[in-house]
Design a binder for this molecule. Structure first.
Ligand code: 13P
Length: 251
């Protein structure tokens, strides 16, 4: 069946020393859940993190990548560069990239295609804004975000897709979706994917929840049937908190 995953998105936090300290802290804490654990430090720390995580059960992801294979794109990072340092997973479509850096659905489609072409796994983020939920349009918005960037893929490509539902109003705000709201949306997403690709794809698809997940609320959110883990921001910056969230996963 589908995999449980807890991933830490460190965003633009930590230099080399702090990265090493946090990784040492993570390694000291016993993992008691069956969840796959991934951390996504900033680009500058990915290689040292890769070296430190050898022979551990913690994996790595990049927070972004460029849609082109290579070339004159000053300041950008390609899929092959990531793979060359042992990073095979990339987070795409985070709401901060969409809102602050103007990443739209056309660009995200290109990024998705490039990542898959290079054999990378994608943690694909999306989620509605508060106004969408207030208008009762949250499912429609989320359904379109997924359809417009992923439904051109063939069924086989979905083996390399992990979805992360992150309602924008819950990111970094301390306000979480209730476990019921998360379950309702995750069930909706699975149903939509089933409609498009059939049950084999929809039932093997991991759908993570992100938005103010903390040690105190993780267990209840993760206990929901269609919630297959979490994408964690703030709480992934403390080893004890992050591992408490990983170990809150009981299925
Ligand atoms: P917080 O956990 O800090 O709300 O961030 C969630 C997030 O954006 C993960 O990608």
């Amino acid at each position: 069946m589908r995999k449980n995953i807890v991933a830490g998105n460190w965003k633009m936090n930590f230099g080399l020393d702090e990265t090493q300290d946090l990784i040492s802290g993570l390694k000291k804490i016993n993992k008691t859940s069956d969840a796959e654990v991934i951390i996504a430090p900033p680009f500058t720390n990915l290689f040292s993190a890769f070296e430190s995580l050898k022979n551990t059960n913690i994996g790595l992801a990049a927070q972004n990548m460029h849609e082109s294979d290579n070339g004159a794109f000053t300041g950008e990072i390609s899929a092959e560069m990531l793979k060359s340092i042992g990073v095979n997973t990339v987070i795409l479509g985070h709401s901060e990239r969409r809102a602050i850096f103007g990443e739209d659905e056309n660009l995200l489609t290109e990024k998705v295609n490039t990542a898959l072409k290079h054999g990378m796994r994608i943690i694909y983020c999306f989620g509605e804004e508060l106004k969408d939920r207030n208008y009762g349009e949250h499912q429609e918005v989320v359904g379109k975000q997924i359809a417009n960037t992923l439904y051109h893929l063939d069924a086989d490509a979905w083996k390399n897709i992990v979805l992360a539902y992150e309602p924008v109003w819950a990111i970094g705000t301390g306000e979480t979706a209730s476990p019921e709201q998360a379950q309702e949306m995750h069930a909706f997403i699975r149903k939509e994917v089933k409609h498009e690709y059939g049950e084999d794809v929809s039932e093997s698809l991991s759908i993570l929840y992100g938005g103010s997940v903390k040690p105190g609320n993780a267990e209840e959110i993760f206990s929901k049937k269609d919630v297959d883990g979490g994408l964690i921001g703030g709480a992934s910056l403390k080893a004890e908190d992050f591992m408490a969230i990983v170990n809150a996963f009981k299925k």
